[in-house]
Design a protein around this ligand. Structure first.
Ligand code: SF4
Ligand code: SF4
Length: 129
């Protein structure tokens, strides 16, 4: 037994049902630039930092036994994008990491996650001095 299929020509769909997305008219609408490469350079200068290899898949964060949302995927992204204030705000999480490398063992990109966390710790400590 066949099922009847009713098709509607595209041209009959009223254009007014498609919501319009207004284009920004000035940069003021999206705020000042908050990202930059300088922080990644500082982290590289402290030692082994390879967070740029991260594909942002989230497996490491799902693996982490601490269950801290921001570790390590978001934290490393903050470092690569130069989001200094976001890194500072995660100081407690950064120093809570056990450096157990469970996340690292699951990383499909081979990111040296614990080395990156160590570099971020050093950066935070240098910031305080
Ligand atoms: S598992 Fe590796 S590639 Fe995936 S988010 Fe974590 S560090 Fe990035
Ligand atoms: S090394 Fe740190 S971030 Fe990675 S699984 Fe262990 S506690 Fe979590």
């Amino acid at each position: 037994m066949s099922t009847a299929v009713t098709t509607v020509p595209v041209s009959t769909v009223p254009v007014s049902t498609v919501p319009a997305t207004p284009a920004p008219t000035s940069l003021a609408l999206v705020g000042p630039a908050l990202v930059g490469p300088a922080l990644a350079g500082e982290l590289h200068s402290l030692g082994a930092f390879d967070a740029e290899l991260c594909m942002n898949c989230g497996i490491c964060t799902a693996t982490c036994q601490l269950g801290i949302d921001v570790l390590p995927r978001q934290l490393m992204r903050f470092g690569v994008l130069g989001l200094r204030e976001e890194v500072r705000q995660q100081e407690e999480a950064v120093f809570s990491c056990l450096l157990c490398r469970a996340c690292e063992a699951s990383c499909p990109a081979g990111v040296h996650i614990t080395d990156n966390i160590r570099m971020i710790r050093r950066w935070l400590l240098e910031e305080e001095t």
